[in-house]
Design a protein around this ligand. Structure first.
Ligand SMILES: [Zn+2]
Length: 280
């Protein structure tokens, strides 16, 4: 069903400020500039800032990424060693779209062509996208899908049970455990039932760091997704989120939801009993 009202309806919960994820502090043991920095003096002898070397640029991006984006505002880029993740907010429901770029091949994949094709295509740029994944069937997650596919020729992916609710043909029906590739980077799909019958999350298990998971509307800071006051749907969703996400991924796992701010599994894990007790 289409989401009712405002975006918060899809979240199914409040967003306490304590859920905001703070970027990790830099390691003071690491040098802050490249080896050439000492020699970089201008003609007048003033010290010019050295261009950051590759490692520092990586650390800086990890450090400065907050995942806090607003509609009409700039994107935020989480630069991992093998993958760049660009987060942008679009549309009246303040949906998050995530552009993934393989750093070895420059192939790109978009998660949720949610709204505002102009902004999404501008973020995608001239390199285009090979694939677009729709996390689930709700209309706020595919408003720009037809236009983005027409402009890029991207192959469309969606969960098998939700494809019928998405008005753009799905090229690849995704099942639990399937691999979704962007260039040389592999993500694993997790089928999560309850917010919709065919929602999927995508897990990137970064070999150089902690896992990252794109949860659509199934997991947010402060709770699982909206199950529309259906106790059975809630029981199923929290079971799937626990067994396929919390039970198998570490606390450091970074969570990228379909609306609002990011979080980590470690920030949310202590609240699982509270979510069970309240029933949403
Ligand atoms: Zn939804």
């Amino acid at each position: 069903m289409p989401p009712a009202g405002v975006a918060i309806g899809c979240r199914g919960g409040v967003l306490p400020p304590s859920s905001v994820v703070r970027p990790r502090a830099p390691d003071p043991a690491q040098p802050r500039t490249g080896p050439r920095s000492a020699a970089r003096r201008g003609a007048a002898g003033f010290l010019r800032p050295a261009p950051p070397d590759r490692l520092w640029r990586y650390r800086l991006a990890v450090m400065t990424y907050s995942g806090r984006v607003t509609v009409g505002g700039p994107a935020d880029v989480h630069e991992l060693k093998d993958l760049m993740i660009t987060k942008v907010a679009v549309g009246p429901m303040e949906n998050n779209a995530y552009l993934l770029r393989c750093r070895a091949t420059d192939e790109q994949l978009l998660i949720d062509a949610a709204n505002d094709a102009g902004t999404l295509l501008g973020t995608i740029g001239h390199d285009g996208i090979a694939s677009v994944v729709t996390t689930h069937r709700h209309g706020d997650h595919w408003q720009a899908l037809a236009e983005v596919v027409a402009a890029t020729g991207a192959r469309t992916h969606a969960g098998r049970e939700d494809a019928e609710g998405i008005p753009v043909p799905t090229d690849v029906l995704v099942d639990d455990g399937d691999t979704v590739r962007v260039g040389q980077v592999e993500l694993t799909a997790r089928h999560l039932v309850g917010h919709t019958p065919g929602s999927i999350a995508l897990v990137y298990d970064d070999p150089h760091g902690h896992p990252h998971v794109f949860t659509g509307d199934c997991l947010f800071p402060g709770g699982v997704g909206n199950t529309f006051k259906d106790p059975e749907a809630f029981a199923r969703l929290i079971q799937d989120v626990e067994t396929k996400i919390f039970d198998v991924l570490p606390d450091e796992t970074w969570v990228y939801p379909g609306h609002g701010n990011d979080t980590t599994l470690g920030a949310e894990r202590p609240r699982l009993p509270e979510w069970h007790a309240r029933g949403w």
